[in-house]
Ligand binder design. Structure first.
Ligand code: NAP
Length: 256
């Protein structure tokens, strides 16, 4: 038994065992949840299925957040396995590499749309498709980063997308609160993952945390998984519309 015993979670955004969502999935399983994992397309399915098996997931399902049809067919895909569920973990982001270096002012319309579509609209679209299937006491959470609030070198258009994601969280929390569904963000410190490797100069963000953050160490997917477990559980029933920082305290500092 664990604090998520009897709860069912859909987890979007496991690319490999270094993904933040992988750490979340592990903690959810440790706390007794049933989990299901998304994959983007058939090519990625081959990569996700062994991970699903290793983690003890109930099933995997296809979801490309750029595909309108996928939003429509998603509830049916889930209903093949579960009548209802409790938790959505949104751990999805993408921007063109070209937009994650040099000046933000050069961002193209296409690059801006792509980053915001994949990384922010997707939370709205997934919530809209899936909230009718969620049990009362349900919890939706998304992964964000401090580049939404302050300028972080090279984070550029992804900072704008994360600002949209955090604002969307508040509007969704207001709508879905009446259904007893909570919506929150976790703002994680830098973690070496596939997505992070697309950000030019990412390594210097990691060393900065070790140098100046109050805890002088980088966070791990397990650290994020702990906070995700709290947000998914009945320990956080009064918490919605929030951005919770899991960043070794870096965001409380000024002037570094
Ligand atoms: P990751 O392992 O590369 O995960 C990113 C996921 O997004 C991948 O599973 C990727 O799928 C998925 N994705 C991209 N385009 C998609 C689409 N069109 N439809 C569905 N899924 C799509 O990297 P991560 O660092 O764990 O990122 C997870 C989340 O944490 C992101 O929102 C990221 O911005 C956020 N975050 C990361 C950090 C960090 O430092 N790493 C810090 C704060 C917040 P495929 O790879 O299979 O295409």
């Amino acid at each position: 038994m664990g604090i998520l015993a009897g709860k069912k979670a859909l987890i979007f955004g496991i690319a490999n065992d270094r993904s933040i969502a992988y750490g979340v999935a592990e903690e959810f399983k440790n706390q007794g949840a049933s989990i299901a994992l998304s994959y983007v397309n058939d090519a990625i399915k081959k990569r996700v299925e062994p991970i699903a098996e290793k983690l003890g997931a109930d099933f995997t399902f296809e979801m490309d957040v750029l595909n309108d049809d996928h939003y429509g067919s998603l509830p049916e895909k889930i209903k093949e396995h579960w009548d209802s569920f409790d938790i959505i973990v949104h751990s999805i982001a993408f921007a063109d590499r070209e937009d994650l270096k040099d000046s933000f002012v050069k961002t193209s319309r296409a690059g801006y749309k792509l980053a915001c579509d994949v990384s922010a609209f997707s939370l709205v679209g997934l919530s809209n498709s899936l909230y009718p299937m969620m049990n009362e006491g349900g919890s939706i959470m998304a992964m964000t980063y401090y580049g939404s609030q302050k300028v972080i070198t090279n984070y550029n258009v992804m900072g704008v997308a994360k600002a949209a994601l955090e604002s969307s969280t508040r509007y969704l929390a207001n709508d879905l609160g009446q259904k007893d569904i909570r919506v929150n963000c976790i703002s994680a410190g830098p973690i070496k993952t596939l997505a992070a490797s697309g950000i030019s100069g990412f390594r210097s963000l990691l060393s900065k945390v070790e140098e100046v953050a109050p805890m002088r160490k980088n966070v791990t997917p397990k650290d994020v998984g702990g906070t995700a477990t709290y947000l998914a559980s009945d320990l956080s029933t009064g918490v919605t519309g929030q951005v919770i920082y899991v960043d070794s305290g870096l965001s409380i500092l000024g002037g570094f």
